[in-house]
Ligand binder design. Structure first.
Ligand code: DAH
Length: 348
């Protein structure tokens, strides 16, 4: 066979391949087509088999023509494969309708808990004034919780904080005032002391505004010249920071075993602006916190010289402030982890 005749044969094979390829419209047909034109019984394979009878020189020339034929057939096959793949994908997509107008899934974002909003706001306020945040354990000794803050064994004030006893001499702390004695002990009688301590406390209480577990923030300042006037100014600033600059602040005499004199602070009702409403029980005022000058006994019991220094302390309820600020009617809502309730604070 001459090279010219071989070329013609190859062209014929390619022509029939092209023609047949137009009929190929499915994967099955394509597989059969591949067998016929690239498989063992194809013209292409028989051309390759014929190669071995040629001289080395002819093999080079014929081989080149044959390689071209193989490349052309393979290209036709691959083109059809691509077209059929696309066709099948489109058919599949047409069957499986996706409604792209449906809204997507909403990922619920978390929110800072109203309790911790209040903690952060108060801690920020005091840290800005140079206070240090102190810490203490929730399981506390009777000594730190009561004795060292001037509430001896038979003192009636213990009844007001009917506490959870863990074992002899150990309780769940009933107030953050327990941290006062820890800090003073750690300071070894040195001043100045300027701390606040946010934390959980526990009491046998249970109604809409009291629960067995709640949060307090304790404050303690000891120095040579910490005065009652300093305390009043500090608390007035704190309460206006928390409840708005327009609030009037009122101080009333009170009693706490660990302070002398002792006071309680009220703010003018932010619902009625002091006129009297159901929110403030028609008094025009809302009770917020307790405070006073550190009792000399407390200084002495904790290693301080009550003649050389003095101080003031205060304590406020975190839950109560959160309830007042956000209009929460039941203290339990603050620890029940109700997602719907908490979602309301997302935009705050
Ligand atoms: N420990 C008090 C309580 O739980 C709150 C308190 C009042 C703390 C007056 C103080 C204070 O430091 O001076 O009711």
């Amino acid at each position: 066979m001459t090279i010219l005749e071989f070329r013609q044969q190859c062209e014929k094979a390619l022509d029939s391949c092209r023609k047949e390829s137009q009929e190929v419209d499915s994967l099955d047909k394509l597989n059969a087509f591949k067998g016929r034109h690239l498989g063992k019984k194809s013209a292409l394979t028989s051309f390759y088999q014929g190669m071995k009878d040629l001289s080395l020189e002819d093999r080079k020339v014929f081989g080149q023509v044959l390689s071209e034929l193989k490349a052309n057939i393979t290209a036709i096959y691959e083109e059809r494969l691509k077209e059929i793949d696309e066709k099948m994908l489109l058919e599949k997509m047409a069957k499986k309708k996706v409604d792209i107008s449906l809204p997507g899934f909403d990922k619920a974002t978390g929110t800072i808990h109203p309790y911790f909003k209040v903690v952060r706001e108060i801690v920020d306020f005091f840290v800005g004034l140079g206070f240090v945040v102190a810490d203490g354990p929730e399981v506390e000794t009777d000594e730190n919780n009561f004795e060292r803050v001037n509430i001896p064994k038979d003192h009636p004030a213990r009844d007001m904080q009917d506490s959870f006893v863990i074992s002899d001499g150990w309780i769940l702390r009933s107030h953050t005032s327990a941290v006062q004695s820890r800090v003073m002990k750690e300071m070894g009688g040195k001043e100045p002391v300027k701390i606040i301590c946010p934390g959980k406390v526990y009491r046998r209480d249970n109604d809409a505004t009291h629960s067995h577990q709640f949060g307090q923030i304790e404050g303690l300042v000891i120095s040579k010249d910490a005065t009652f006037a300093n305390l009043l100014e500090l608390l007035t600033k704190l309460l206006r920071h928390l409840f708005g600059e327009k609030r009037s602040v009122r101080f009333r005499p009170s009693f706490f075993p660990f302070t002398e004199p002792s006071i309680e602070a009220d703010i003018s009702c932010f619902e009625c602006d002091g006129k009297g409403c159901s929110f403030c029980k028609n008094t025009g005022w809302i009770e917020i916190l307790g405070a006073g000058m550190v009792h000399p006994n407390v200084l002495r019991l904790n290693g301080y010289d009550d003649k050389a220094c003095q101080g003031f302390a205060f304590g406020l309820g975190i839950d109560r402030i959160a309830m007042l600020k956000y209009g929460i009617d039941d203290i339990k809502k603050l620890y029940l982890d109700d997602a719907d309730f908490l979602a309301q604070f997302r935009k705050e």
